[in-house]
Design a protein. Structure first.
Length: 202
C-alpha cells in the first residue's frame, strides 16, 4: 500500500524533498502546511517561485543575481568602483554585504576551479574578471574565496592571470578558518578578514 493517502500529496512531497537539505519528513511537513493555507496564499508562493525562475537575471558586469541588467551594487554611485571583491557565489556576496565593512564592487565567479569535479578556468567567470581589470579602472582585486585546496588553486590562477595588469591583488585575512566556506563564516570574523586583508603572495 502507498504510504501517502493521495497521489497529489506524494508528488508535492517528492518535489519539495528535491530541495537541498530537505528530507522526506520535512518536505511532508512543509506540504501539509501549504495545504492548510488559503488558496491565494499558496498561489502567491507558487507565483513567486515561477517569477524567480523565469524573470531573474544576472548582472552583466559582476554576475550577481539581479532584477535588471545592472545590479543595484554595480549601478550605485556610492560604491568604490576601483575595488573588486571576487567571490565564489551569490551567497558570498550577501554574506560580505552583511558585515557592513565593504563598500566596493563584486565579481561572482559562479564556482571555483576543481579538476576532480570537471570545473576548469573556462567554466567560471575568470575571463570577464580580467577584462574588468583591464578596462574598468580597477586598482585592487580582493580574493575572498574558500580557504580550501580548490579555493587556493583558483586564487593562484587568478593571481597569475592578473600579474601583468599592474592591479594590486589581496586576499582576505585568514580569520576565516582553513577549509571554511565564506557562506558559513560569522559576520564579525568575515568583516575583520575583509578589513585586514593582506597582499596575495604566490
Amino acid at each position: 500500500m502507498n504510504d501517502y493517502p493521495s497521489v497529489l500529496l506524494e508528488a508535492a512531497v517528492q518535489q519539495m524533498s528535491s530541495l537541498p537539505g530537505v528530507g522526506k519528513r520535512t518536505a511532508l511537513r512543509h506540504v501539509l502546511h501549504l495545504l492548510r493555507q488559503k488558496p491565494e496564499t499558496v498561489e502567491a508562493f507558487a507565483s513567486a517561485m515561477t517569477r524567480l525562475r523565469n524573470e531573474v537575471t544576472y548582472c552583466r558586469v559582476c554576475h550577481n543575481i539581479s532584477d535588471t541588467e545592472l545590479c543595484p551594487i554595480c549601478s550605485s554611485r556610492s560604491r568604490d568602483k576601483h575595488l573588486v571583491c571576487v567571490v565564489e557565489n551569490v551567497q558570498d556576496v550577501m554574506q560580505v554585504e552583511n558585515t557592513g565593512q565593504y563598500n566596493g564592487l563584486y565579481h561572482v565567479l559562479g564556482g571555483i576551479i576543481s579538476p576532480m569535479d570537471g570545473v576548469g578556468p573556462k567554466d567560471i567567470e575568470i575571463d570577464s574578471l580580467v577584462e574588468r581589470v583591464k578596462n574598468d579602472g580597477v586598482t585592487e582585486v580582493i580574493l575572498a574565496l574558500p580557504t580550501t585546496m580548490e579555493g587556493d588553486t583558483t586564487n593562484f590562477y587568478i593571481f597569475r592571470r592578473l600579474q601583468d595588469t599592474g592591479v594590486k591583488v589581496s586576499q582576505i585575512a585568514r580569520g576565516v578558518a582553513v577549509g571554511g566556506e565564506i557562506e558559513y563564516t560569522d559576520e564579525i570574523t568575515l568583516g575583520r578578514s575583509i578589513v585586514n586583508r593582506i597582499e596575495f603572495k604566490a
